[in-house]
Ligand binder design. Structure first.
Ligand code: GCU
Length: 426
């Protein structure tokens, strides 16, 4: 598949000015005319050069190949950790004028309460006829930042020092209660008949480069051995954690474990995509502003680049991914194939107009180029590769919108996810 930018530009020329991670975001390329010419790997040609022309061959051969390529060259394998989960419920109470039930649970990963564990916050409508579909997504700063009620437990694991989150040490602050509630539209989600499940990503793997010693890595039998090139980074660890939470939702009294949508914003959008790819039990997959390493096409080098992401966040991907710094064209995959791994399940990609760092058009194009795989299943992807109008969602068997405004999750985004879920999960 040959794709030309409006004015092709040689990669060599770009290399000259590409900055290191110390250079600010505004020195990267945001000019569509400077996007290099690139050719995307064809999702429907096997590693041996054979054409895939049936859903069956996709499933049995090509999907496995692409999944393995993402394990080997991008995210690394999910950790090989076997756990026997134990769930303890700390709270189950009616909130929001009795319209919703909030539950707080701890999912223990070992037989010992002092081992790694994940605190899970669950909202469901008080009234529902039978098990309901739900959204599951990790949060950035602790469950207490999603809900200001002092009854919500503070995380015990490491948190990032962050003046906006009012933390002055690596411990969660009482002052940060509810500070990210705007990103989790609990009222709208519950009133439309869905559950919402969230947990703090740092409970699974604290987001800094510690050589994979903390969080769930403590339980990894490979820990302490020489690190394999395809050993998973933090994104694989977070995706593994999402699957473990899904395990527990399969036995939840109100949530239908067969109708769980996995959702994530930004680095956690990269994570929701990888979770959706590695665990086909997720029935619908949502990427909110996931950008480089998520929905966006790496070969476009628009906004954040592979080199910059590997340099600033060396623990997110597998080591092999570092070999593609400034060498995106050598990658055996690109991220349209990550989206194709969701097929035939519905996938939604959302961008924000001012979030140029995440390459909104590259996110949309990526979804467009996943289309041939959806077509194998008789499903429709995006019909055009032209830019989508701001604030005009496109909903087929896949969904896309570009919202006005910045890198964030807003009630507008949730309205679109709910509309999409109404079509596919109800
Ligand atoms: C940085 C990073 C992005 C990431 C974002 C986030 O901006 O460069 O790749 O998506 O952080 O997760 O907030």
């Amino acid at each position: 598949m040959q794709i030309n930018s409006v004015f092709g530009f040689s990669v060599c020329v770009l290399v000259v000015w590409l900055p290191s991670s110390a250079v600010s975001e505004d020195q990267f390329n945001y000019d569509e005319s400077l996007v290099p010419r690139y050719e995307l790997p064809d999702p429907l040609t096997t590693n041996d050069g054979l054409s895939v022309n049936s859903a069956e061959v996709w499933r049995s051969v090509r999907r496995q190949e692409i999944l393995r390529l993402f394990e080997q060259h991008v995210f690394g394998r999910l950790p090989r950790i076997n756990v026997r989960l134990r769930v303890r419920t700390h709270e189950r109470r009616e909130i929001m004028d009795h319209s919703a039930i909030r539950e707080q649970q701890t999912v223990y990963l070992t037989d010992d309460d002092t081992g790694p564990s994940i605190d899970v916050l669950i909202y469901t409508p008080t009234k529902s006829a039978g098990p309901i579909p739900a959204f599951l997504g990790l949060n950035f700063s602790g469950n207490h930042t999603v809900d200001a009620d002092p009854a919500v437990r503070l995380p015990k694991s490491w948190v990032r020092r962050n003046p906006r989150m009012k933390t002055i040490s690596n411990h969660a602050s009482e002052l940060s209660r509810g500070l990210q509630a705007g990103r989790w539209d609990v009222g709208q989600i519950v009133s439309r008949g869905y559950g919402l499940v969230t947990a703090y990503y740092g409970d699974i793997d604290p987001d800094f480069d510690d050589g994979f010693q903390n969080g769930i890595h403590q339980l990894d039998p490979e820990n302490g051995t020489a690190r394999a090139d395809d050993a998973g980074g933090s994104i694989s660890a977070w995706a593994w954690g999402l699957s473990r939470i899904l395990d527990t939702l399969e036995t939840h009294s109100q949530i239908d474990g067969q109708r769980v949508a996995v959702f994530g914003h930004s680095r956690l959008g990269k994570t929701s995509l990888w979770a959706g790819a590695t665990d086909e039990r997720f029935r619908l997959v949502i990427s909110n502003n996931s950008g480089c390493g998520g929905a966006a096409l790496s070969r476009r080098r628009y906004g954040e680049t592979v080199k910059r992401i590997n340099t600033a966040f060396p623990h997110w991907f597998c080591r092999k991914h570092w070999e593609y710094n400034d060498k995106e064209t050598s990658l055996p995959i690109d991220h349209h194939q990550l989206l194709a791994l969701m097929a035939p399940r519905p996938v939604y990609v959302a961008s924000a107009q001012d979030d140029r760092w995440a390459d909104p058009y590259g996110e949309m194009l990526s979804l467009y180029h996943a289309g041939p795989v959806y077509a194998l299943f008789g499903k429709s992807g995006l019909r055009s590769s032209g830019q989508v109008e701001i604030g005009k969602p496109v909903l087929t068997d896949v969904g896309y919108h570009e919202r006005a405004g910045k890198h964030d999750v807003t009630p507008y985004d949730w309205t679109q996810y709910l509309n999409f879920a109404d079509r596919h999960l109800k």
